[in-house]
Design a protein. Structure first.
Length: 409
């Protein structure tokens, strides 16, 4: 018999897994029965023995396992929602050969469940600490159809190629030739690809010498290390400790930080678009359109204290699209409407041309609503040597190995 003062018994491992899976289903991250079964089976908490077990089974909780000297997270066990999303994107079948770039053990165990005894998983990581943890986890959990390799993921693993699927679990700005060469024709590459500061986990299909997108999702991942490392740089425009505001640069022109710092102190101007979003509607497709249409659109990152003090009106962990024009800038924002479940999109401008820049940003928000809202971007990857006249119309992002294109119907 229980009383009001009796302590509730802690949930068992299986109860935690079942609760996590139910949430993943409700979030739309886990959809197919085989993926659901895999997530019900793998004891992911064994990969993070020092973490609170209940936290390890929270859908949005990533377990950070290593940071660098600057405090940047360089290794983690990705959040269950992200892992389920990528695995669903990969559409893995029994008997497949799968390569994972970026190890840790848990994701490899999910993949091993899906490929079955006749399939094989190779997981590669540059960090020997990470691969040792992966080996220990896979041994403890009994997965024998996984090969753990300590190497630079930039080069894939040719010894076990070709692969039916390649899943990349670290953020990358480029697609190394080895990943394309080692992927079977018609095979799928799922990769968190950073495009002008915006990261999406993209499902690509190999079509001869190029990759063509077959869907993408918003995501966040630790950055790639090794030869493929290419990190975003932060240019501060307000450096008061605890209230920092900066622009994340990813191939964008170098900003005049002094001029933009002065602009931030000027009164803001606002332009509204008349375009609304539902309360639960993501702006991810809009933001991808904005970076396709506008040349100098870095992401503005701001500490919460900067928003609380009124320096900026919008702040997001992923960054807010910000149009820069010399000594002026404007960033995307929202305001409530009469409908409690809808918000109007607009732009806030600062600087001598703040109103003009805000109006330009609003024009592209309206163009997205008018011409592209019901469509999705097509992302393609071509070899770096591909001539311009062989690329689709749209935004071209040049990287050392590839030319990435973003086009819209």
């Amino acid at each position: 018999m229980t009383t009001e003062n009796s302590a509730k018994a802690p949930a068992s491992e299986q109860e935690l897994r079942d609760a996590m899976v139910q949430q993943l289903i409700e979030l739309g991250a886990a959809r197919s029965p085989r993926v659901v079964a895999a997530f019900r089976t793998v004891p992911r908490h064994l990969a993070a023995p020092d973490a609170d077990m209940t936290k390890v089974y929270e859908p949005e909780q990533a377990a950070i396992t290593k940071t660098d000297a600057n405090g940047t997270h360089i290794s983690s066990v990705s959040a269950p929602r992200i892992q389920a999303t990528q695995i669903e994107q990969a559409a893995i079948q029994e008997g497949m050969r799968v390569l994972e770039i970026g190890s840790g053990g848990v994701n490899a165990a999910y993949l091993a469940e899906l490929v079955g005894g006749q399939g094989h998983v190779v997981t590669v990581d540059i960090d020997p600490d990470v691969t040792e943890r992966a080996k220990d986890f896979l041994k403890a959990t009994g997965y024998r159809n996984v090969t753990v390799v300590t190497a630079d993921g930039e080069n894939g693993d040719g010894a076990h190629a070709p692969y039916d699927r390649i899943i990349v679990t670290v953020q990358t700005a480029d697609i190394p030739p080895a990943w394309i060469d080692q992927l079977a024709e018609g095979g799928r590459l799922v990769v968190p690809l950073r495009m002008r500061g915006m990261t999406r986990t993209v499902a690509f299909v190999r079509d001869s010498g190029r990759l063509v997108s077959d869907g993408f999702e918003l995501c966040g991942f630790v950055p790639m290390q090794g030869a493929g490392e290419n990190r975003v740089r932060l240019a501060l425009i307000h450096d008061t400790e605890g209230e920092e505001v900066g622009l994340r640069l990813d191939g964008h022109p170098e900003p005049d930080t002094q001029a933009l710092s002065a602009a931030l102190q000027t009164p803001r101007t606002t332009a509204w678009s008349g375009v609304t979003l539902a309360g639960d509607e993501s702006s991810e497709h809009l933001d991808l359109w904005l970076t396709t249409a506008l040349d100098n659109l870095p992401l503005m990152a701001a500490k919460p204290a900067a928003r609380q003090r009124g320096l900026v009106a919008s702040a997001s962990p992923l960054g807010v699209p910000t149009l820069v024009d010399g000594a002026s800038f404007a960033y995307r924002t929202v305001r409530p409407t009469d409908d409690p479940d809808r918000y109007e999109l607009g732009a806030i401008g600062h600087g001598p041309e703040g109103q003009k820049v805000a109006a330009l940003l609003v024009e592209e928000i309206q163009a997205w609503d008018r011409d592209h809202r019901d469509h999705r971007a097509r992302i393609e990857v071509y070899p770096a040597r591909t001539p311009d006249d062989q690329l689709p119309a749209g935004r071209v992002i040049d990287r050392p190995h590839t030319r990435v294109t973003i086009s819209w119907p």
